[in-house]
Design a protein around this ligand. Structure first.
Ligand SMILES: Cc1cc2nc3c(=O)[nH]c(=O)nc-3n(C[C@H](O)[C@H](O)[C@H](O)COP(=O)(O)O)c2cc1C
Length: 211
């Protein structure tokens, strides 16, 4: 099998302007719910793209933990490579690849840190092992061996055997305030449908883009 022979037709029926909701967050919620209901693996997984100081882009997957009119929320280590890049340049892009539904959503926006109260609320809802792992891992730093990480985890497990685990100061969330949201639906003969919502003076404008 040659890679160039791998292709498929997109047959789910496309996306028409009349079927699009006027509010892109409502449209996103609708598609996300369909992705969850369809049983997709990791339906909330999204790629976050950031750039470093030289303009070099980086991408990685994180999990969407909330979305509303204020933006898209994910949690991470605040000393991580992505967090350092966001500190220097808060412009990011998000991408949801929902292949089985022949859909993708592409978002551009600006990241801001969540409040300590928001961080605490989510941190305390996580399983204890995840809380410990978040403390044990100095995300994105170089380590000599896996044993270092496991040793730290066991040490913390012992330390916090009883009682609540405090939210570490180096852990928290980002909210991405969207500037644009594009909905892509595969179409027959590669005639896909693309609708771009762009925010201008707090108003959303819709344009159809060529595929
Ligand atoms: C399915 C999946 C979900 C992930 N979710 C998160 C997440 O919510 N937060 C996070 O910091 N990293 C998450 N990761 C790990 C990131 O992709 C990445 O490796 C890590 O955040 C370090 O990225 P950085 O060094 O660019 O900062 C996830 C990875 C996968 C594959």
């Amino acid at each position: 099998m040659e890679l160039e022979d791998i292709r498929r037709e997109y047959t789910k029926g496309g996306l028409r302007r009349k079927d699009l909701l006027a509010d892109p967050i409502a449209q996103f919620d609708f598609w996300l719910k369909q992705a969850i209901d369809a049983g997709l693996t990791d339906p909330t997984a999204m790629t976050v793209a950031t750039v470093d100081e030289s303009g070099q882009p980086f991408q990685r997957i994180v999990l969407l933990k909330d979305v509303d009119q204020n933006g898209f929320i994910f949690y991470t280590n605040l000393g991580s490579r992505k967090a350092q890049q966001i500190e220097a340049n808060s412009k990011v892009s998000l991408h949801f690849p929902w292949h089985p539904l022949e859909r993708q959503v592409h978002i551009t926006g600006v990241a801001e840190k969540l409040s300590a109260v928001e961080n605490m609320k989510y941190f305390s809802s996580r399983p204890k092992a995840s809380q410990l792992a978040a403390i044990a891992s100095k995300q994105s730093s170089r380590i000599s061996a896996r044993g270092v990480l496991e040793g730290k985890f066991l040490e913390l497990k012992k330390k916090f055997e009883q009682g609540e685990i405090p939210v570490p100061s180096f852990w928290g969330g980002f909210r991405i305030k969207p500037q644009s949201i594009e909905f892509w639906q595969g179409g027959e003969h590669r005639l896909h449908d693309r609708f771009l919502f762009s925010k201008d003076a707090e108003e959303w404008h819709i344009d159809r883009l060529a595929p």
